[in-house]
Design a binder for this molecule. Structure first.
Ligand code: NAD
Length: 366
């Protein structure tokens, strides 16, 4: 079939390439960026995405068309489709899986809790089962989230801190994934790395996230809503630029050890790792808006309200010592530089027509 031919072509390594990677969520924000970075250095890359309409599908299609121009094919399908996964894994021997597909967002869980269970729990287990049944088993790197730190947190957040008090259903499914991942690691010998991303922003980003809707509302002259804690405290986030996250993902793939194919004490232990990928510089949302105003050369209309109980935490702050040591991760983009790049993209994408070329032009091999 035509899709099989496209998959085979997309999975071919070029000079310099070491891995054949399945990227789930490849039409998503992070997935599209990492796919391009891997392809650029010669790795074989095949995408999988269900193009759901959680946020405008046009943006996912535009990212996918960038990937297509770079020679990356995205299989359109759901993680929960066992037959599709089976066919795909039969066709291509993936050395690595970069699993980024998920139902993201904290607040949407109030409206549609089962979407989180479907993709983040059901889809994750379906994928792990497929990896478990493959011979040899691929190494898996996947996106967890800073939200797992929930309400227990002392600052900054370290990987060994307690994560047993999630503040949202989204966080609960991400925590469930870490428990499931650890179980598949110790009973089936799968090599698994969980990356706890901290508020990722940048070009081709997610319209459902605050930095994006703030930008849109300021440009359109509409008010923005800023949440405040019960004692007037401001929310703070450890905003992390997409390029730094891409480097962290690529370094995690590069340092992933193969699965051992067998769990239990008698056998060689497979690798299980958890890393924070943040920027280590939390910024109050009010200050964030001021930087945005500077780059947009326009004042925001600020509407400050008490934080609703929809699962947002007051602050996030990553300790990245472990990722620095093991992955050479070193976040290097400060918020003002990152927002400058984001605003430039935003204006060209929405004002001057969809700038498909941009995404490819901006890409340097990592
Ligand atoms: P995104 O929504 O842009 O990308 C996820 C992609 O997965 C989407 O294109 C979606 O269509 C696809 N998808 C969802 N469910 C699927 C399913 N069942 N089958 C197939 N495809 C499916 O999100 P993102 O910002 O790129 O996030 C990537 C990963 O990082 C997610 O796991 C997210 O939870 C995690 N994460 C993101 C952030 C952030 O700030 N962006 C922070 C922490 C964690």
């Amino acid at each position: 079939a035509a899709w099989e031919k496209a998959v085979l072509q997309s999975s071919q390594r070029q000079e310099g390439g070491q891995m054949t990677v399945l990227v789930t969520g490849a039409a998503g924000f992070v997935g599209s960026h990492v796919s391009l970075a891997l392809k650029k250095r010669g790795d074989g890359v095949v995408g999988l995405d269900n193009f759901n309409d959680y946020y405008p599908v046009e943006l996912k299609r535009a990212r996918a068309s960038n990937l297509e121009q770079a020679g990356i094919f995205i299989v359109e399908g759901d993680l929960n489709d066992q037959n599709l996964l089976m066919k795909l894994f039969k066709l291509v021997h993936f050395t690595h899986i970069l699993h980024l597909a998920a139902q993201a967002g904290v607040r949407y869980a109030v409206k549609n809790p089962l979407a989180y269970v479907h993709s983040n729990v059901g889809g994750f287990v379906t994928l792990l089962e497929q990896c478990k049944n493959s011979q040899p088993q691929p190494a898996i790197v996947y996106a967890s989230s800073s939200s797992v730190y929930g309400l227990n947190s002392k600052v900054p957040f370290s990987e060994d801190d307690r994560t047993d008090h999630p503040a949202s259903l989204y966080a609960a499914t991400k925590k469930a994934d870490e428990v499931l991942a650890h179980t598949y690691n110790h009973i089936y010998g799968l090599s698994i790395t969980a990356l706890r991303f901290f508020t990722v922003y940048g070009p081709w980003g997610r319209p459902d996230m605050a930095y994006f809707s703030f930008t849109r509302n300021i440009v359109e002259g509409k008010p923005i809503t800023i949440f405040q804690g019960p004692h007037g405290e401001e929310l703070a986030r450890d905003f992390t630029f997409i390029d730094d996250i891409v480097k962290g993902c690529v370094a995690s793939l590069d340092t992933a050890l193969p699965s051992t194919g067998s769990g239990g004490k008698k056998h060689k232990k497979a690798q299980f790792r958890i890393y924070n990928l943040g920027n280590t510089q939390p910024v109050k949302v009010g200050d964030f808006v001021s930087i945005l105003e500077k780059h947009l050369k326009k004042k925001a209309i600020r509407n400050i309200i008490p934080m609703p109980s929809t699962g947002d935490v007051m602050f996030t702050h990553a300790n990245v010592t472990r990722a620095k040591h093991d992955l050479g991760y070193n976040p290097s983009t400060d918020l003002s530089t990152g927002l400058h790049i984001f605003v430039k993209w935003y204006k060209s994408y929405y004002k001057e027509g969809a700038g498909h070329e941009d995404m490819l032009k901006g890409y340097k091999p990592y």
